[in-house]
Write a protein that binds this ligand. Sequence first.
Ligand code: NCD
Length: 325
Amino acid sequence: MRHCMSPLDFSVDELDQLMGLAADIEENPDKYSHACDGKRLATCFYEPSTRTRLSFESAMLRLGGQTLGFASADSSSASKGESVSDTLRIISGYADICAIRHPKEGAPLVASLHSGIPVINAGDGGHAHPTQTLADLYTIKSLKGRLDHFTIGLCGDLKFGRTVHSLISALVRYEGVHFVLISPEELKLPSYIREDVLEKNGATYEETESLEDAMPKLDVLYMTRVQRERFFNEDDYVRLKDRYILDNDKMKLGREDMIVMHPLPRVNEISVEVDDDPRAQYFTQAKKAVFIRMALILTLLGIQVDKNIPQPTNNPSSEKGGEKC
Ligand code: NCD
């Protein structure tokens, strides 16, 4: 049985297959509309979510399956002190696959160890958010046509932003991706990602505090929200929250063919006036997330609809995930 804990759980070839499957689903949704008849997805969310939970549910419903779950720790037995492992053992008897979000780093992994069904990490603390990364890769591939040889600027809360951590881990496997890390000193990328992921994989990167300086270099600008819930102190949050605001003036510094992404929700970091710029692609990104989650559910359940569309198996890859393409 295969779980999804990190984007590195899939080899580069398998990621390609997943994206190919997502593209086929996006083009031919009817072909897949009964693929999961009789199957159930549980969404166990111990932390707030709009997009991730609802897009997982939408994905399962579009595949003909059903969903059950809870949207906050208060409404589950976690409030009575039940462990995630026990909860997952129980849910294994109620559902065929489970997406879990938890404020503690590693909780989905612990849950998967005792689970009888595939477990998907839908975000664990400041650590990782692999399915957002799948959506991000699929968006970049669809809009730019490739996942290699481009410059990506990651801007905002690089310290606590789990989407950034997962995306960097995934992108270092592609050739020629250059990273521009744009953040205030206090929200810099943690050294365990800088050293163990970027440097260890020989990726090129630069760090800057200036979004204006970075803009002209970028093929992709990935904006992020300052992660208020992970701050120890509200004053620090208030001081840093409006450090970067992407507006039409800053957009003028960017290339014509640049795309702007954001995992959403946004707070103030992208002014609404930018939404009408054709380079703003964050709503497309949220839409595409449903198709890649459909592809992931099918893969983890071992359901292949069209034998002509290559798809990863539902057994863990024998290839090592960390290789370069
Ligand atoms: C992100 C998350 O939860 O990490 N949201 C999402 O899943 N799209 C980003 C965020 O909350 O800032």
